[in-house]
Write a protein that binds this ligand. Structure first.
Ligand SMILES: Cc1ncc(COP(=O)(O)O)c(C=O)c1O
Length: 484
């Protein structure tokens, strides 16, 4: 690992952060003072009338009023009209600093003109999709391999969710084994078998409404960072047909919300090798955001299979892909007449020329501009500032970052623990609500975050923008209960 190639300037002390997060969850909540919250909510009443009218009307025809999980903002969703670089404008023409960055794919900043121009050029010539092979499929696969040599072969798909499904299918086909082990709390998309132990470790099928128990019969979870439990599961599975794969987000579940020590991935690699299980890295968030070599390059650990999403198309639809060892990837060989040990996958719009060209040019621009590093430096500056504010105000909140992935834990809902079920049941709702309020408060001050606790910086975040954002965060953090 060469530090200057990667967005993470200094790897954090995961034990120290986890201890502080544990302490935060152990404390009573520090929500925003009621008088201040009323003031923040007045912003939405007085300044966001078009968003309100539109999303109210949408509720009559779209379940919940919005289509995207991240758009369910409190007190109502914002309707966004325009994005550019580090900014976003809503339908009422309010301007925001955009730390959602579409959920992570736009390391170059939103709606980056050089990529947009190339995409428009391509669409003008061949439209977004042809159904047949296009040169950019090859060019994108070669680009991915150039940066991540462990990707001996690459298959483009429509989303991260689909790509996880495909990787698990290939792993089972290749190994002849069934069990798949994930880290409790991790999100690997919403397929039947992965809506298991979602968000909060140990919750197993809690969120699996509409999914028969048999669909996740072969899915298991281990507690974050508990390699002993992973080891025990691998031993137990050996007696029940074996483990096909262990799937991890290399920075820890939910993009590092429960951070892992630096040697975690190497240790998982070794366990997988001992038990003949494939190691799958879910790099949907980390791929190209942590640096061009992904988290696998940063940690120096080569997985058998890698899941791509988000950055693989630079923010254009449809973003998904699987890559890895040739002999495993060969299981995806398509063709209507294909038979034998084939893991069946497909998708009418998958690997379309538009997505592949967008991904190719976005990666090329990231190489040229050093975007991941610049975004990481913005994340460092923001985190330093947030830490300083938290400390000065004497708050128990925790801020840390892995380059351009910044965590600002205040309500810490995802850090609740099923091993303390009374606390979990009692605090889940109030903590969730506090997070909604924090998100709304930031938004009222012109800062959009991901669900009130995660921030994605981009190359477009200059020092001035970060400093301005810090002023706005300070306004909100100064208004929580317990601050004089
Ligand atoms: C780590 C991780 N894996 C998989 C997914 C699913 O990807 P998609 O939303 O493209 O289906 C996500 C989405 O946020 C993710 O963060």
């Amino acid at each position: 690992m060469s530090e200057n190639q990667y967005a993470i300037s200094e790897y954090h002390d995961a034990d120290e952060i986890n201890a502080r997060l544990k302490e935060l969850v152990g404390q009573p909540l520090h929500p925003i003072r009621r008088d201040k919250m009323e003031e923040y909510l007045r912003y939405f009443d007085t300044k966001c009338s078009r968003s309100k009218a539109m999303t109210d009307e949408a509720k009559t025809i779209i379940p919940g009023g919005v289509q995207h999980n991240l758009a369910f903002n409190y007190p109502f969703p914002l309707a966004v009209r325009k994005v550019e670089g580090a900014y976003m404008w809503d339908e009422d023409d309010n301007k925001y600093i955009d730390f959602l960055q579409a959920g992570g794919p736009t390391v170059l900043g939103s709606n980056y003109p050089p990529v947009r121009d190339k995409v428009l050029e391509l669409v003008r010539e061949c439209g977004p999709v042809t159904g047949l092979f296009h040169e950019f499929e090859l060019k994108l696969a070669q680009k991915v391999q150039e940066h991540m040599p462990g990707i001996e072969m690459f298959r483009m798909l429509g989303s991260g969710t689909e790509s996880v499904m495909a990787a698990i299918r290939a792993a089972r086909t290749f190994t002849g084994k069934k069990k798949v082990i994930k880290v409790g709390g991790a999100y690997h998309g919403w397929s039947d078998q992965m809506v298991y132990g979602l968000h909060i470790p140990g919750t197993r099928t809690f969120e699996a409404k509409g999914i028969p128990g048999s669909a996740s019969r072969h899915t298991q979870e281990f507690y974050p960072n508990d390699l002993g439990q992973l080891h025990r599961r691998l031993i137990a599975n050996r007696l029940r047909g074996g483990t096909a794969a262990v799937i991890v987000e290399p920075l820890g579940p939910e993009s590092g919300t429960r951070p892992v020590p630096f040697d975690f991935n190497q240790q998982v690699r070794e366990l997988c090798d001992r038990f003949g299980a494939l190691l799958i890295f879910d790099e949907v968030v980390t791929g190209f955001r942590v640096g061009m070599g992904g988290a696998q390059g940063y940690f120096g650990v080569t997985p058998d299979l890698t899941i791509f999403g988000k950055c693989i198309t630079g923010g254009y639809p449809m973003a998904g892909g699987v890559g890895g060892r040739k002999e495993v990837m060969q299981r995806f060989a398509p063709g209507i007449g294909g038979t034998g040990e084939r893991a069946y996958i497909g998708g009418t719009l998958s690997a379309n020329p538009m997505s592949c060209a967008a991904g190719y040019y976005a990666i090329e621009e990231m190489e040229r501009t050093n975007a991941a590093i610049l975004a990481g430096r913005a994340g460092d500056r923001l985190t330093r500032g947030l830490k300083e504010i938290i400390e000065r105000l004497g708050l128990p909140f925790v801020a840390y970052n892995q380059g351009s992935i910044v965590h600002l834990e205040t309500g810490a809902v995802m850090l609740l623990d099923v091993r303390n079920p009374v606390k979990l049941l009692k605090e889940l709702k109030p903590r969730k609500h506090m997070m909604e309020e924090m998100g709304a408060a930031y938004m009222s001050q012109g800062v959009v975050t991901l669900a009130g606790s995660r921030i994605y910086t981009s190359m477009a975040d200059t020092d001035e923008i970060i400093d301005e954002a810090l002023n706005r965060f300070e306004t909100v953090l100064s208004s929580v209960e317990g601050i004089a």
